[in-house]
Design a protein around this ligand. Structure first.
Ligand code: KIV
Length: 271
């Protein structure tokens, strides 16, 4: 029987066992109780309380504005909903960069106040001090390389990263360094599929891709993109499983029309 089917609670060790058995890991974002409950009921392996909440929940253009307090609020709602999934929470911009003491404090707040199972941080060797310090407190860390949206103003665009040799080589070195430090997995965002395969073969910990092709140990998407709630975001890597924007709009129009016409509520829908 697959590890995925047998497991009642997903842990970082379960993810490693899945990689060892070449069993794909599934991950989606979640920011609220109701959605997290549905995704967990479907047996998703990992729920990421991503700082993409800044975009899809709060309507900001980037992930930079979301605060640690706001991330903790989202994480608390998700943790309350789940029975099975591993809950990983993004350390938001400004809560860890350049200061390993602040990084540790931020990670501890997320674990203590939200009851999360792990945290995720963007970057490679340059954040190794912070990663080390957080790991030394017993908090599991997921890395994130490639397109790292918290550095969008450094990159200037959201286009594919590491197409040139120098950046690709640095990414491989960063992945090895994250493994060496003790990270339990690495997200690879928007990099060439060939490079993602190379990274996945170079490290023993699981890699989770988003726009990184099929040869990684698992896949992650932003749930609101995958369900078609965010209508205008259409990168090539995205597969939409529903068109919820249109379906919810249609249902709302029907609701409005039923009220206006006196069709709702009917005889059975009252006391
Ligand atoms: O914040 C987020 O949703 C993420 C995923 C895109 C991996 O970091």
């Amino acid at each position: 029987m697959s590890v995925h089917k047998k497991i009642k609670k997903v842990t970082t060790h379960v993810l490693q066992a899945m990689k060892n058995r070449s069993e794909k890991i599934t991950m989606l974002t979640a920011y609220d109780f109701s959605m997290a409950r549905i995704l967990d009921a479907a047996n998703i392996d990992v729920l990421l309380v991503g700082d993409s909440a800044s975009n899809v929940m709060a309507g900001h253009e980037t992930t930079l504005p979301i605060t640690l307090d706001q991330m903790i609020y989202h994480a608390q709602s998700v943790v309350r909903a789940i029975d099975r999934a591993l809950v990983v929470v993004d350390l938001p911009f400004g809560s860890y960069q350049g200061n390993s003491k602040r990084a540790l404090d931020s990670a501890i707040r997320i674990m203590k106040e939200a009851g999360a199972h792990a945290i995720k941080m963007e970057g490679g060797i340059e954040i190794s001090e912070s990663i080390k310090r957080i790991l030394s407190a017993g908090v599991p860390v997921m890395g994130h390389l490639g397109l790292i949206p918290q550095s969008i103003y450094k990159f200037g665009t959201y286009t594919v990263r590491a197409k040139e040799d120098a950046e690709a080589n640095k990414l491989i070195e960063d992945a090895k360094a994250l493994e060496e430090l003790g990270c339990f997995a690495i997200v690879l965002e928007k990099i060439p599929a060939k490079l993602a395969k190379q990274v996945t073969e170079s490290v023993n910990i699981p890699t989770i891709g988003i726009g990184a092709g099929p040869d990684v140990d698992g896949q992650v998407l932003v749930t609101h993109d995958m369900l078609g709630i965010t209508k205008d975001f259409k990168p090539r890597f995205l597969r939409r499983y529903l068109e919820l924007f249109d379906q919810i709009k249609l249902a709302t129009e029907q609701y409005i029309s039923d009220i206006k016409s006196g069709n709702f509520p009917n005889d059975r829908e009252q006391y």
